[in-house]
Design a protein around this ligand. Structure first.
Ligand code: HEC
Ligand code: HEC
Ligand code: HEC
Ligand code: HEC
Ligand code: HEC
Ligand code: HEC
Ligand code: HEC
Length: 214
């Protein structure tokens, strides 16, 4: 249907209200739908296309980190593997809880791989090509998907008994950054310097454990 030459962005939400509503809404939505969606309207048809390719769009407003280590999907600009461009039920418009996001790609039982079609689908429905996952690894957790990483028996969720009952629970983000880091394995950039992209992993362990640790 025709929408006229420069359609008022407010018009979009007459039909697409759900895109501008949600628990957590992308700040860019308030600038208007047409900042990201280019509209060409003819007499009886309207074509709507992203103003730049999906994997470049987010970088038009968000600077790409210059850190030495970039997380694959972040480096490729595939932000929408993890974020809704509009709104979601999770802070920062992520498409599942942070823990479920990480496990969706890195736990064998969660990522549905179709080797014939060379695609992989995460539990929140995003389908990607296997070559967009180049270099990724599964982590081997126990049956309840709560422990065995980075060392055998180590919890990846639940209370942080190492720091006491008031400490925030353990998640993948207790030890990793989601986008980029100075250090290999996306370990926290706050850890002390070592030459190159290595940090002393012990420095990570002692943020929770007393030395000598156990
Ligand atoms: C009169 C109602 C109406 C208005 C106004 C409207 N849309 Fe739509 N839009 C639709 C319908 C219907 C579809 C098709 C939905 C489907 O296929 O499931 C659609 C589809 C789309 C799609 C998906 C296109 C695709 O290739 O999958 C985008 C993006 C979109 N609209 C953006 C916008 C934007 C931006 C505006 C404002 C400039 C807008 N719409 C205004 C009704 C509307
Ligand atoms: C037109 C500019 C623009 C584009 C394009 C854009 N953003 Fe944003 N985004 C903003 C602004 C402005 C903010 C709020 C200030 C900030 O955090 O930088 C923001 C904030 C965010 C936030 C933090 C939560 C929030 O909404 O405040 C996330 C997450 C985010 N953007 C993700 C994305 C993703 C993913 C894309 C690509 C689909 C994208 N952005 C594209 C302008 C943009
Ligand atoms: C920050 C950029 C950005 C803004 C602002 C934005 N969109 Fe989108 N939108 C996208 C991207 C990127 C996709 C493609 C998502 C995908 O391929 O999964 C998309 C997809 C869509 C789709 C089709 C797929 C779907 O989720 O149904 C519709 C409809 C749509 N947008 C409507 C809107 C409307 C209406 C607004 C304003 C309220 C809006 N968008 C604002 C980036 C944006
Ligand atoms: C692997 C999943 C994943 C990908 C891919 C991803 N993000 Fe995020 N992003 C997250 C998570 C998780 C958080 C929340 C971090 C937290 O709560 O500490 C976040 C937070 C954010 C924030 C708000 C906090 C901050 O760091 O400023 C912005 C903005 C953002 N992402 C933008 C982007 C952009 C732009 C891209 C693509 C270039 C992208 N993200 C790709 C998972 C991802
Ligand atoms: C969309 C799929 C996807 C999601 C979701 C995802 N990852 Fe990844 N991850 C990858 C890919 C692909 C690689 C391999 C490329 C690379 O080295 O970054 C990777 C690599 C890694 C690495 C190794 C990086 C290195 O230096 O070798 C770590 C650590 C990691 N991810 C942690 C996380 C965490 C934490 C989350 C949740 C915030 C997460 N991943 C979510 C796809 C994903
Ligand atoms: C207690 C800290 C800690 C937690 C929690 C943690 N990791 Fe790690 N992770 C590490 C360390 C340390 C390494 C580097 C291991 C090495 O080099 O041997 C690592 C490495 C990785 C790698 C690279 C591949 C590998 O096995 O070496 C991936 C992928 C990864 N983590 C994903 C995750 C995900 C997903 C979660 C949440 C389910 C998570 N991590 C929780 C500390 C942690
Ligand atoms: C975010 C906090 C945190 C960090 C960082 C952390 N741990 Fe732990 N670790 C825990 C918690 C919580 C437990 C389980 C309760 C306990 O034993 O104190 C645990 C337990 C352990 C155990 C006992 C596992 C078992 O079988 O019971 C070992 C071994 C261990 N950690 C080693 C490490 C090493 C090595 C590192 C650094 C690579 C590290 N931890 C980093 C929180 C952490």
């Amino acid at each position: 249907m025709p929408l006229g030459k420069n359609p008022d962005p407010a018009k979009c939400v007459e039909c697409h209200a759900d895109k501008s509503k949600g628990k957590y809404v992308h700040t860019a939505i308030s600038i208007g739908c047409t900042t990201c969606h280019g509209v060409t309207s003819g007499t009886d048809t309207t074509v709507i296309k992203l103003v730049s390719p999906a994997n470049e769009l987010c970088f038009t407003c968000h600077d790409k980190s210059t850190d030495a280590v970039l997380h694959g999907p972040y480096a490729q600009g595939n932000c929408i593997f993890c974020h809704s461009p509009h709104a979601s039920d999770f802070p920062n418009q992520i498409l599942a809880s942070a823990q479920d996001l990480c496990m969706g790609c890195h736990v064998r039982a969660r990522l549905k791989v179709n080797r014939l079609k060379r695609t992989a689908t995460v539990p929140w429905g995003v389908k990607m090509k296997l070559n967009q996952l180049r270099g990724w690894q599964y982590i081997n957790l126990n049956k309840t998907l709560t422990a065995n990483h980075p060392v055998e028996g180590h919890p990846v969720s639940g209370p942080n008994a190492a720091l006491g009952k008031d400490a925030p629970p353990i998640t993948c983000l207790s030890c990793h950054q989601p986008h980029h880091s100075k250090w290999r394995n996306l370990l926290p950039s706050t850890l002390p310097n070592r030459p190159g992209v290595e940090t002393d992993q012990t420095a990570l362990c002692v943020t929770c454990h007393k030395y000598p640790y156990f």
